[in-house]
Design a protein around this ligand. Structure first.
Ligand code: PLP
Length: 521
């Protein structure tokens, strides 16, 4: 209907409000479309310019200085500026003081450089702004998310009937897994619906088991689910940072003898610090023997499934009741992008609810996609488009090459560390994480415990100094309370020569620190 026809058929009763000048900041009108093209081009240029001129992964100020500098910025002025001016401010004040995840020396966290096809997908999915909470807000997007989830289920060799949903990442996926595990246990053991009746009196005895190297979100999930952190029982790990199976068996027996109710076992495929992978088949055996829900947190290591060479590391994962996988780690997707996969999709009924405005019950018989019932969220981004575009652009072999390369690089840098007397390798790499320490010279007269305190102090200071340096960005962690340094290799552009330089910097800095700052004699 054109405006004129409307004017004829509808007798005006009130004065029509005039659209505001800011209406040009919206797509759909020629002026808006031109403004969109201009704004996106400027944003893109600012980003490329910032990468082209940057030196090193980060050379910015500390938090206090940053607060002071950013304090000067207007956040919500009464009158607006042109997008051009605002984006210039962002480029100068924010981009230039950001971590450059694309820099080969940015090897700290599980924080990847995003693949370019996914960045193009981001433009499309935020511009088209489909909302995954109902089919009528995201028609093709809903069906495509179902397709991508099916392909992910196939990657982990799940049987037909498996299901899943995109999540913001491992945190949300892990909460979803323990929520379903808890509710399934209460339904099958006590014939109780937690969804309607809440926790049963036996809830105080519910227990989740995982290794002491598992991610903290297992405890966070237990807290959110009303079970408390204390419901998570951690099992020691072996020298390779994998769950110790005899300790697991002993723990299960002790819990049962004490009248506790273990209901879920969480295995990790790629611990955040070490990349270690629990023996998943052995965990699946224990879960089957005791009818426990096996959840595999494959936020990091799930990417092995795309590589023929690395896939055997995940043997047994297909027997897990549920899996968390993060695409914003070793799948090179921009944040946030993860998935939760459920071996028996039927169990989603534990979560289902119907809202008249989104997914009325009558829709179910007609096969309308109903993603809101699989998610903890309502309004949700079309993040499935990012892996879809990336998978199609790089192909499985292209993506697998990247994952294999960074794992090979980890082995190579571990060998360098082993051959450098001033460094100590803390754990053999399983994926692409390398944990090590600078090893100070042992001065005579130190006791063992003051020696450890010294190692801790040197490595802690070292990493803080390196953060201020612009050459390399490492992470820190602790092993048995003693600081260690960590590289997490994700960037397929990082070379062994970049990492040799980084190690050299660590050794040089360590030596200077030792004699000048920490050990003034
Ligand atoms: C990163 C990570 C998480 C947390 O996931 P987010 O995507 O940060 O929410 C959970 N578990 C493991 C093993 C991880 O590496």
């Amino acid at each position: 209907m054109t405006g004129d026809e409307g004017a004829e058929s509808l007798r005006p009763r009130t004065d029509a409000p005039t659209p505001p000048a800011a209406a040009d900041a919206f797509l759909g009108h020629p002026d808006g479309n031109a403004a969109y093209e201009d704004a996106i081009r400027r944003a893109r240029d600012a980003l490329v310019e910032s990468f082209a001129t940057a030196e090193g992964p980060y050379s910015g100020p500390d938090p206090e200085a940053l607060r002071k500098q950013l304090d000067e910025l207007a956040v919500f002025p009464d009158e607006g500026e042109s997008v051009e001016v605002v984006l210039e401010t962002v480029a100068d004040e924010i981009l230039d003081r950001s971590v450059r995840v694309h820099d080969p020396g940015c090897v700290a966290h599980l924080h990847c450089p995003p693949a370019i096809p996914a960045l193009a997908a981001e433009v499309l999915l935020s511009g088209s702004n489909q909302s995954m909470d109902s089919f009528d807000q995201a028609p093709a997007a809903s069906v495509l998310e179902e397709r991508v989830i099916d392909v992910c289920c196939d990657l982990f060799e799940y049987p037909s009937g498996a299901d899943g949903v995109f999540t913001s990442g491992g945190t949300e996926s892990n909460v979803l897994s323990l929520l379903l595990a808890r509710d399934w246990y209460c339904e099958t053991r006590f014939d109780r619906s937690v969804q309607t009746a809440g926790l049963p009196p036996e809830a105080a005895d519910l227990r989740v088991l995982c290794s002491d190297a598992a991610h903290f979100t297992t405890e966070q999930a237990a807290h959110l689910l009303g079970l408390g952190d204390d419901a998570v029982v951690t099992v020691p790990t072996d020298d390779d940072r994998r769950i110790d199976l005899s300790a697991l068996d002993a723990t299960l027996e002790r819990l049962e003898a004490d009248g506790r109710r273990p209901f879920a076992l969480v295995g990790t495929a790629g611990t955040t610090d070490f990349g270690s992978i629990d023996p998943l088949s052995a965990l699946a055996d224990r879960a089957a023997d005791r009818d426990l829900w096996l959840h595999v947190d494959a936020a990091y290591g799930g990417a092995c499934a795309i590589s023929d060479r690395l896939r055997p590391k995940l043997a047994g994962i297909d027997r897990a009741d549920s899996i968390s996988v993060d695409f914003h780690k070793l799948f090179y997707q921009p944040i946030g992008c993860g998935a939760f996969l459920l071996r028996d999709g039927e169990r989603y009924r534990l979560l289902e609810r119907n809202a008249a405005y989104l997914n009325p019950e009558r829709d179910e018989s007609t096969g309308v996609p109903n993603l809101v019932s699989k998610s903890l969220r309502t309004t949700r981004r079309f993040d499935a488009l990012k892996p879809f575009v990336t998978f199609n652009a790089l192909g499985r072999s292209g993506l697998a090459d990247c994952v294999e390369y960074v794992c090979d690089l980890a082995d190579a840098v571990a060998a360098e560390i082993r051959s450098e007397p001033a460094l100590e390798l803390c754990c053999e790499p399983e994926l692409s994480a390398v944990v090590f320490r600078y090893r100070p010279d042992r001065p005579s007269g130190r006791t063992d415990s003051s020696e450890l305190a010294h190692v801790d102090r040197v490595n802690r200071t070292l990493r803080d100094e390196l953060l201020a340096d612009d050459a390399v960005l490492l992470a820190r962690t602790e092993i048995d309370g003693i600081a260690a340094l960590k590289m997490t290799l994700l960037n397929p552009r990082t070379t062994l020569s970049d990492l040799r330089d980084a190690l050299e910097t660590v050794v040089d800095r360590g030596e200077t620190l030792e004699c000048e700052v920490l050990d003034p004699t």
